[in-house]
Ligand binder design. Structure first.
Ligand SMILES: [Zn+2]
Length: 344
């Protein structure tokens, strides 16, 4: 089985996008408050079939861990109530996708974060998504301010109530920012990769995983700059009299394979232990085109893993399947449950 641990619902029906436009407009003009969202199953199918589903078939991937479009989470827009409403709607859409295509998608939720608001406010939505919708994890935004980094670091006790709930529910998080409203950053080109790198350094300098030995994070986009600078991080940990990185972080921190060229994946596979790499493509997402140097889609990352000569067949099996089942403890049961749902 090939499990893609990083997929977003980027082929949403236009009604969902229209809803959000009105929701944002209503912040200044309450007369524009959107009514109930109406989307038919056929509208969902029409957009999803030629996009994520077609690519899954073409590329030979089986199932995607699927969450709402990350750049649209927009935690910095409006207030906490705005974020709660929008998160519930987006998570419900993911749930519908998982019901329509139970063998192709497993849900992960968007959290209703809001700048300056304690992350405890995300607990009810996390519980709803895990307990009622059958989701297996969440996306956690380390910077709900959208590029101004006003929240305490992920190692701060500010986040602990949410972590306690994640541990209780066996729900790991992918560290994932949303669009930036800071013009110095490009959302997917710099803000995403900055955040991946920043989160790793926050973990490195903290004792978070002493307090939460079973808490698990996936750092997406290959870990930002981390694998490339692994020597710097190892050396800094040593200078700070911290334990070796393997001991300090690698029971809790994992990296995905959303790196869009062979040399980048080769480096990732060489530097990061195979036990800490999860297959992912983030399709259809940040980079949509075909690489003229290879003739293949940049985000067709399965080809790169297949092409890494330094990995054994057993390592590749871990990257494609085993590690995802380990990091997301609810995944195995949920895959069986959803496969059964279709047969019923
Ligand atoms: Zn993403």
């Amino acid at each position: 089985m090939v499990i893609d641990c990083h997929g977003h619902y980027t082929s949403e029906p236009s009604a969902l996008l229209d809803y959000r436009k009105l929701q944002v407009a209503a912040l200044n003009d309450p007369s524009r408050t959107p009514g109930e969202l109406r989307v038919s199953d056929d509208e969902i199918r029409e957009k999803l079939e030629p996009a994520q589903l077609a690519f899954q078939r073409e590329r030979g991937t089986d199932i995607a861990i699927f969450s709402p479009r990350a750049s649209a989470m927009g935690h910095h827009v409006g207030d906490a109530a705005t974020s709660v409403t929008w998160s519930r709607i987006c998570n419900d859409m993911i749930h519908r996708v998982c019901n329509l295509y139970p063998r192709n998608f497993i849900g992960v939720c968007q959290l209703p974060q809001s700048p300056g608001v304690r992350p405890d406010n995300c607990i009810p939505e996390l519980e709803r998504c895990i307990n009622e919708l059958g989701f297996v994890g969440c996306n956690l935004n380390p910077d709900p301010s959208g590029g101004y980094w006003k929240e305490p670091p992920l190692s701060d006790r500010w986040w602990y109530p949410l972590y306690e709930k994640m541990v209780e529910l066996d729900a790991p998080a992918m560290v994932h920012v949303t669009a930036t409203c800071n013009p110095a950053f490009h959302t997917t080109g710099s803000h995403y990769l900055n955040a991946d790198t920043t989160a790793f350094m926050q973990f490195l300098t903290s004792d978070l995983f002493k307090d939460f030995p079973s808490l698990k994070f996936v750092i997406p986009h290959g870990g930002g700059a981390v694998p490339f600078h692994w020597g710097r991080y190892r050396g800094m940990a040593q200078d700070m009299k911290r334990p070796p990185l393997k001991e300090l972080l690698l029971n809790n921190v994992y990296f995905d394979t959303c790196v869009y060229h062979q040399p980048g994946i080769d480096l990732l596979a060489k530097v990061i232990p195979a036990d800490n790499i999860l297959f992912a493509s983030e399709m259809v997402g940040a980079v949509k085109g075909i690489d003229p140097e290879t003739g293949h889609y940049f985000d067709d990352t399965k080809r790169y893993i297949d092409g890494v000569s330094s990995l054994s067949a057993e390592d590749k099996r871990k990257i494609f399947e085993g590690n995802a089942l380990k990091v997301y403890p609810r995944l195995s049961k949920q895959i069986s449950r959803q496969a059964g749902a279709r047969r019923a």
